[in-house]
Design a protein around this ligand. Structure first.
Ligand SMILES: Cc1cc2nc3c(=O)[nH]c(=O)nc-3n(C[C@H](O)[C@H](O)[C@H](O)COP(=O)(O)OP(=O)(O)OC[C@H]3O[C@@H](n4cnc5c(N)ncnc54)[C@H](O)[C@@H]3O)c2cc1C
Ligand code: SF4
Length: 447
C-alpha cells in the first residue's frame, strides 16, 4: 500500500489500494457544470473521435434536459456499457482530443460525464420470452462477447455464453486493475444480462471441450466468437522458463481475482518485481505491484518518452514510486541459490532520425544487473490459433471477417481482439455491436 499526495483532489494525502478505484464519479452538480461546457457543435467532431461514433452531444443534451435515462440509452446505443467506457476509454486520444474546447482551454470531460450518466441512470433490459427470435451462442465473455449479448437479448434472442475460464468478463476482469475498473462494475453488467435471460457457462473451451460444429448440432442459429488475444508473448531470453518469470496475465489475474493477493503462493515471498515492457499493460503491472507494497522496477529498451503507454499512466507510475530503467534490453534471467532473480540487461542507445522515428536501438558494451524476486513479462499478447475449427485466419491467427463481422464459415461471426489483434475495449464493443446487427439481420431473414 502506498501513500500519495493527491494534488488537486480534496484530501491532502490518500492511501492507494489495488482494489479500490482511484477516481471518484462526479457529483450531479459537477456533471451538470461540465455538461454545460458542451457547445453542441453542429459538425460534432467528438463523435468522429469516438471509435464507436457514440452521439456524445445528444447524450449531453438529454442529460441537461433532465432526461437521464434517455441520455444513458443514447450512450448504450453507441457503446453498450457507458459505465465501463466512461472509466477505461482513452478519451484523451479519442473523443476529447477532437472536442473544439481544446482550442480554447480544456476539452469537455466527456468520459467523466458518461461515467456519471452510466452509474446514475437506468435502462432495464426486458426479460426474454418464447417464442424467441433465435438462439445464438457467444464464445468468450470479454467486452466483444458482452456487447453481442446485450444487443441480442434486447431483441428477444436466446443467448448462451461459453467461457473457457471459471469467471466472466475477459480482460475487464483479469487484466484491467480494480483501481481503474472495479470488478463490481463488470459483474453488475453481467448480472443484468443474466437477469434478462442470458446464460453464462464457465469452463467451456472452444476446440478443447467443444467444437463449433457441436453448437450447430445443438440447434444454435448463429455463433459469435470473441475469444480475445490471450496467448502470452515471452521475450526469447535465456532463463525465461524460470518459475519466477511470469506473464502479465498470470500476475494481473492474481492481483484482480484474489481477495488477498499477497497470500497467493506465487507472491508470498515477493518484495521486488521487475517488469519488462513500456506499454499500458506494463504500467498496470507496476502500479498494481506498488499498491501491494512491492518495489517495482520497469525495464524498457527505448527512452521513457518513447514508451507506448499513455503519458498519464507513466506520470502516475513515477509519482507512485515505480523505478524506471530505460535503455535497457534484458538478455538473461539467472536464479540465484538464495532464490533471488538477477535480470541481466545490456545498456542500449537510441538513434532517432527521419527514417527511424521510433528510434534505432543499438547495444553498447555496458551491462546492468537488476536484482528482484520476480520478473513479469508485459510485452503484449497474441491471438491463439483456431485454424482447426476451419476458420480462415491471417498469419497472426487473427480471424478473417468481412465488414459485417462474418467469418469464412456460415452463420459464424467474430469480433474483438481475436479479429483485430490487441486493441481497446471500445474497438471490441464496436465489433460486437456490429456482429449483433448482422446476426439480427440473419435471424430476421430466416424467420
Ligand atoms: C492489462 C490490460 C489493460 C487494458 N486496459 C485497457 C484500457 O484501460 N482501456 C482500453 O480501452 N483497453 C484496455 N485494454 C485492452 C482491452 O481490454 C482489450 O482490447 C479488450 O478486452 C478485448 O476484448 P475481447 O472481448 O476481444 O477479448 P477479451 O477481453 O480478451 O475476452 C476474451 C474472452 O474469451 C475467453 N476465451 C479465450 N479463448 C477461449 C476459448 N477457446 N473458448 C472459450 N472462451 C475463450 C477468454 O477467457 C476471455 O474471457 C487492456 C488490456 C490489458 C491486457
Ligand atoms: S466537440 Fe466538445 S463542445 Fe463540441 S459537441 Fe463534442 S463535446 Fe460538445
Amino acid at each position: 500500500m502506498i501513500i500519495k499526495h493527491s494534488g488537486g483532489r480534496t484530501m491532502a494525502e490518500e492511501i492507494l489500494r489495488h482494489d479500490v478505484e482511484d477516481e471518484t464519479t462526479l457529483t450531479y452538480e459537477e456533471a451538470v457544470a461540465e455538461a454545460k461546457r458542451c457547445l453542441q457543435c453542429k459538425h460534432k467532431p467528438c463523435v468522429d473521435g469516438c471509435v464507436a461514433h457514440m452521439n456524445i452531444p445528444e447524450m449531453i443534451k438529454k442529460f441537461l434536459e433532465g432526461e437521464g435515462d434517455e441520455a444513458r440509452a443514447v450512450a448504450i446505443s453507441g457503446n453498450a456499457f457507458p459505465q465501463i467506457c466512461g472509466r477505461v476509454c482513452y478519451q484523451e486520444i479519442q473523443c476529447e482530443l477532437k472536442c473544439v474546447r481544446n482550442k480554447v482551454n480544456q476539452p469537455v470531460k466527456i468520459g467523466k460525464i458518461e461515467r456519471f450518466i452510466g452509474d446514475t441512470y437506468k435502462n432495464p433490459i426486458p426479460k426474454i420470452s418464447e417464442p424467441y427470435l433465435g438462439k445464438v451462442a457467444v464464445i468468450g465473455s470479454g467486452p466483444a462477447g458482452l456487447a453481442v449479448v446485450r444487443d441480442l437479448i434486447q431483441e428477444n434472442v436466446k443467448v448462451d455464453v461459453f467461457e473457457k475460464k471459471n469467471y466472466f468478463g475477459g480482460v475487464l476482469r483479469y487484466g484491467i486493475p480494480q483501481f481503474r475498473l472495479p470488478n463490481e462494475i463488470v459483474l453488475k453488467q453481467i448480472e443484468e444480462l443474466e437477469n434478462a435471460g442470458a446464460t453464462f457457462n464457465r469452463d467451456q473451451n472452444l476446440s478443447k471441450t467443444f467444437k463449433l460444429a457441436d453448437l450447430f448440432e445443438r440447434g444454435y442459429d448463429a455463433v459469435f466468437i470473441g475469444v480475445g488475444a490471450s496467448a502470452d508473448n515471452y521475450l526469447d531470453i535465456q532463463g525465461k522458463t524460470s518459475p519466477k518469470v511470469v506473464s502479465w496475465k498470470k500476475f494481473m489475474e492474481i492481483v484482480n481475482l484474489y481477495d488477498e493477493p499477497m497470500k497467493h503462493t506465487l507472491f508470498s515471498e515477493v518484495t521486488t518485481i521487475t517488469c519488462i515492457g513500456g506499454g499500458n499493460v506494463a504500467m498496470d503491472v507496476v502500479r498494481s505491484a506498488r499498491r501491494l507494497g512491492m518495489q517495482a522496477h520497469l525495464v524498457y529498451r527505448r527512452t521513457v518518452d518513447r514508451m507506448p503507454a499513455r503519458i498519464e499512466e507513466v506520470q502516475e507510475a513515477h509519482e507512485e514510486g515505480v523505478i524506471f530503467h530505460p535503455l535497457r534490453d534484458p538478455f538473461l534471467v539467472n536464479q540465484r541459490e538464495d532464490g533471488k532473480i538477477e535480470l541481466n540487461c545490456v545498456v542500449t542507445e537510441l538513434f532517432v532520425d527521419e527514417q527511424n522515428p521510433r528510434g534505432l536501438i543499438k547495444n553498447t558494451q555496458e551491462n546492468e544487473t537488476l536484482l528482484c524476486d520476480m520478473v513479469v513479462m508485459a510485452i503484449g499478447s497474441s491471438v491463439r490459433s483456431l485454424h482447426e475449427e476451419g476458420l480462415e485466419t491471417d498469419e497472426y491467427h487473427r480471424i478473417l471477417v468481412d465488414e459485417t463481422q462474418k467469418t469464412s464459415l456460415d452463420s459464424v461471426y467474430a469480433g474483438g481482439d481475436a479479429v483485430t489483434g490487441s486493441l481497446t475495449v471500445i474497438h471490441a464493443l464496436k465489433t460486437g455491436k456490429n456482429a449483433a446487427r448482422s446476426i439480427l439481420d440473419q435471424l430476421r431473414q430466416t424467420k
